[in-house]
Design a protein around this ligand. Structure first.
Ligand SMILES: [Fe+2]
Length: 267
């Protein structure tokens, strides 16, 4: 099991002063006399942007009947198709989130087997009495917390698929925003599934995912409100509640590991 430790890292310039001098001499000798003009590059990019097709398309709008029934026809600020596109995005992200937690659970299990308890228990809000609004905090074993968060991501995915169907859309269609978020999160999957990354490094990638998740749900809630979808808004708010707790948990674990500062192999 590898640790984040000191080693023969040769990537810094200070590792080779002679090489740096040679490089600086070459830069001085061969660089253009004035500032490098990047305008031609920007102009070419503008040509590509202007001429390119859109990144996929939003599936055809749901039936007129479906739109009227769902209340999307009343949407004021944004077009109903934007709502569908963003639901498609969240479907893709919650599915990816489930897989990310699968990978994190495997990493956690591997490190726990080798090094024992590598994460502190997460504080989990629990109802004191049936129906009581009073909450207490109880400790939850990290393995249970990870499994619970994973199941919540999956439940969000399923709930969003239902929401898409309720609005007359097809939850299996890859919308443009779903495509974009899948591309953007590819690096996160690579970090967590890389056997060389530590638990702290993996949690750092998860933090990026949870921050994006929280912002994504906030936006979706606004769109649902705009569409007059009261029931969906309530379900999305409940999901956001859980995502906020995920964020606090991941941040807490990351802080605990990094601030521990003893560079144990568990890191
Ligand atoms: Fe989450």
């Amino acid at each position: 099991m590898q640790a984040t430790s000191l080693g023969m890292n040769k990537t810094g310039a200070s590792m080779s002063p002679i090489g740096v001098n040679a490089m600086t001499d070459a830069v001085n000798e061969f660089s253009p006399p004035g500032p490098i003009d990047t305008e031609a590059m920007a102009a070419q990019r503008i040509v590509y942007i202007t001429e390119s097709d859109a990144l996929g398309s939003i599936p055809p709008p749901p039936s007129v009947k479906g739109v009227l029934k769902s209340g999307m026809a009343k949407m004021s600020g944004s077009h109903p198709s934007v709502f569908m596109d963003k639901i498609g995005e969240r479907i893709a992200f919650e599915r990816a989130g489930t897989r990310l937690y699968d990978a994190l659970i495997t990493k956690y299990e591997a490190l726990s087997l080798a090094d024992g308890n590598v994460l502190p228990p997460a504080r989990q809000a629990a109802l004191t009495d049936e129906g009581s609004a009073l909450q207490t905090l109880r400790d939850e074993a990290p393995a249970q917390t990870l499994a619970r968060i994973r199941s919540e991501e999956l439940a969000h995915f399923r709930m969003l698929c239902e929401a898409m169907q309720h609005l007359g859309g097809d939850p299996t269609a890859q919308t443009p925003c779903a495509d974009v978020i899948a591309t953007a999160s590819m690096g996160l999957v690579q970090v967590v599934t890389d056997p060389r990354t530590t638990l702290a490094q993996s949690l750092n990638a998860m933090l990026t995912a949870e921050l994006t998740d929280n912002a994504g749900w906030e936006l979706l809630i606004q769109l649902a409100e705009d569409a007059g979808e009261t029931e969906l808004t309530g379900r999305f708010l409940a999901a956001l509640d859980q995502e906020q707790e995920h964020l606090i948990t991941i941040k807490g674990w990351l802080n605990a590991l990094v601030l521990k500062g003893d560079a144990t192999p568990a890191l």
